[in-house]
Design a protein around this ligand. Sequence first.
Ligand code: ES4
Ligand code: ZN
Length: 325
Amino acid sequence: EVTPAFTQGLPKAELHLHIEGTLEPELKLKLAKRNHVDIGQSSIEDVRATYQYDDLASFLAVYYPAMNVLQHEQDFYDLAFDYLKRAAKNHIRHVEIFFDPQAHTSRGIAFETVINGLYRATVDARALNIDATLIMCFLRDFSKESARKTLEEALPYKDKFVGIGLDSDEHNNPPLKFARQYEDAAAAGLHLTAHCDIDQKDSIEHIRQALEIMGVERLDHGTNIVEDPDLVDFVANHNIGMTSCPLSNAFVSPEMKGKEVLELLAKDVKVSIHSDDPAYFGGYISDNYYAIADKFNLTKDQVVRLAKNSFETSWISDEAKALYL
Ligand code: ES4
Ligand code: ZN
């Protein structure tokens, strides 16, 4: 029987984690004070009381304004290192951390401030026995031109991140909007992933574009793929990773997409379990594993398979992978 202790102790790779989504109320208040930023609340309870959302847009409306407390390189370091300490407690051995540079550059913070702070935390993570890397995401509701500028700013730092992703509001923002950036990033040797959020309008078409045209190696969420057997065959045959996040799904879908995850597991798709924005959706990675295992009566073997899939579809070396498979 799968217990919280079992999901916590299992070695895991975290592949779908937005670093800005790990900003806990405690650190939010501490940084607000340190940087003299008025966030409108002065206690943890007051901050938590603002965490009310039932769809992506209402979530993002709470999420982005909170980032104002992040001003200096040290703030980004503290954010990431606080997270990495939690990751160590969750027996995460490898983590690929999403960050959203445009959420910061758009309010006047330099790209290098963001990446240098986050990167320094990933270096220090080695002392915690965690191998940590970064994935730069484009905000898909920003313009193509903004994405172009962001990639141009980022490429001189390409030894500090391993891949690119696509996040934020998917409505009318298909993957193909960023085809050029994906092509350029691939040419620069970067890995590719993209969010195809659950139950979005046009989600099958978005998944198809990401897989067949842009050549992504993973799909973030993307569980709507079960509606299209040909695309399911494609991800199974090409070892495409699918990163599902039960507790964030729970905010918009009562069944957390558990049936879809089970169907994908049964079809040998490399689906795995992750935490998305753990400070906002009620739990870190072990809680996400436990939530789906408990609700859908997963066996230990199935939970171990999900964890192995996370290493298998991660962007670590084959030698490092072999340690976990
Ligand atoms: C996100 Cl839940 C979610 N969806 C889309 N973009 C995001 N960025 C951070 N969390
Ligand atoms: Zn996400």
